[in-house]
Design a protein around this ligand. Structure first.
Ligand code: CA
Length: 434
């Protein structure tokens, strides 16, 4: 290496495709002028590994320290704070300052966890990933019965034994008004409740999930590290599900400055509900922060469904509200019982007319070949059919700000209609009138 790791780190940040928000956060301690140093840019060839097998020195120790902090090597603090935790790597380096087989294995596991090319060398993309602000929840922390197969999300194997959960704020950050904090956290909770049977309500005592802001050493959790680096962490249901935010960060509800609270909250609450980190870049449960990302992706939905199922059985009546839906085999009827909407196990969503023992289909999505097995009336106003993998198959395309928190109604006249909060119809099956 003909340059120090510190200057290489700055280079990695310049070269990596970071969003403006994350680059701003990650680079702040070094100073913006350092990032523009042309001499440093000439020092490292594009694509060349910055550190690789056989290298030694303080830079290797830094990489070892990073990997140790996030779950790759033996770490007493992680073992203490996360029950059942084991290091991801199979062995320890003989010397933390020598890039040996153990550190190479740690780097390869890190690259796997982040969806990077698995080379075992610390290249620029790997360095950039290590420099991003992140959640301090350890990578690869899962139980022996964690989900396997085609999904990328991982489960801890711990879940809440009830679906009606409560939360309480232990304190607040002074960066935002309490109303803004409440709004951001309730939006994050809605992202999870809209894809599951879970409901959340705020209480003043006796809560399931406690949410608060802390600095440095706090409570019984691993210490926070000041501005940047670790942003937050949370505990699995079996450890209480609490969420801690680092109050040394600048918390924001804006996409242009500071750390976006709702984005970090929806990630941490995923841990509170039993999800570990995902290797799918762009998913909510990816370990690092890259700016605003507050909508669960296919992999996130598939993860929460694997723990809690899609929905509880719909209550009797002709309408369902935002966040509710139908799983395969479930149905909802009009108030007079003459019409029934069925999420069929063959993948079709069908509206039937029921008359004196005869059943007549009036309308269907025709989605049986794609095999969706659940329907959701989403918070964003879209009615969507999903496969169990989390992939959408069919939608009404009615997502809009004006249509948030709409409801779906099977009407007594045989029409299937989505109404927004103003009471205006925004979509219909046009099967009126029978
Ligand atoms: Ca921090």
């Amino acid at each position: 290496m003909n340059t120090t790791l510190r200057s290489s780190l700055r280079l990695a940040l310049v070269l990596a495709p970071l969003s403006a928000a994350s680059a701003l956060v990650a680079c702040a301690p070094e100073g913006a002028s350092d990032l523009m140093d042309g001499a440093q840019a000439d020092a490292v060839e594009a694509g060349a590994p910055v550190l690789a097998f056989g290298d030694s020195g303080e830079d290797v120790r830094w990489v070892y320290g990073y990997l140790r902090q996030y779950g790759y090597f033996a770490n007493e603090a992680l073992a203490h704070h996360y029950p059942g935790w084991k290091p991801a790597a199979s062995r320890e380096p003989a010397d933390p300052e020598v890039f040996d087989e153990a550190i190479e294995e740690g780097v390869m596991l890190f690259q796997k966890a982040y969806g990077l090319p698995i080379t075992g060398a610390v290249d620029e993309a790997t360095l950039a990933a290590m420099q991003k602000p992140r959640c301090s929840f350890p990578d690869f922390y899962t139980s022996a019965d964690a989900a396997a197969g085609s999904h990328n999300f991982t489960l801890h194997g711990s879940k809440w034994s009830k679906t009606a959960l409560t939360y309480r704020f232990a304190n607040y950050t002074s960066d935002l008004s309490q109303a803004s904090i409440r709004n951001a956290v309730s939006e994050a909770l809605f992202d999870w409740s809209a894809s599951s049977p879970l409901t959340f309500s705020e209480v003043s005592s006796g809560e399931d999930i406690t949410i608060g802001w802390y600095t440095g050493s706090h409570c019984s959790a691993s210490a926070f590290d000041g501005s940047n680096g670790v942003l937050a962490h949370a505990f699995f249901p079996s450890s209480g599900g609490d969420v801690h935010f680092d109050d040394a960060e600048s918390w924001s509800t804006s996409s242009s400055s500071g750390i976006h609270l709702e984005t970090v909250a929806v990630h941490e609450l995923g841990h509170s509900l039993g999800l570990a980190h995902s290797s799918v870049s762009g998913s909510i449960m990816y370990p690092t922060y890259s700016g605003v990302n507050d909508a669960p992706r296919d992999d996130d939905r598939a993860g929460i469904w694997a723990i809690y199922g899609a929905f509880s059985a719909p209550s009797p009546g002709g309408d369902i509200h935002a966040g509710q839906g139908l799983s395969a085999g479930q149905s909802m009827s009009s108030y007079d019982g003459r019409f029934q909407l069925v999420m069929q196990s063959d993948g079709n969503l069908v509206l039937y007319k029921l008359t004196n023992g005869s059943v007549t289909p009036l309308w269907a999505t025709g989605t049986n070949s794609a095999m969706p097995d659940r329907m959701i009336m989403q918070e964003d106003g879209n009615l969507v059919l999903y496969k169990s993998s989390g992939a959408p198959v069919w939608a009404t395309g009615t997502s809009s700000t004006a249509n948030r928190y709409s409801r779906l109604v099977v009407q007594n006249d045989g029409n299937l209609v989505i109404y927004n909060q103003s009471g205006s119809p925004v979509w219909a099956s046009n099967t009126c009138c029978h």
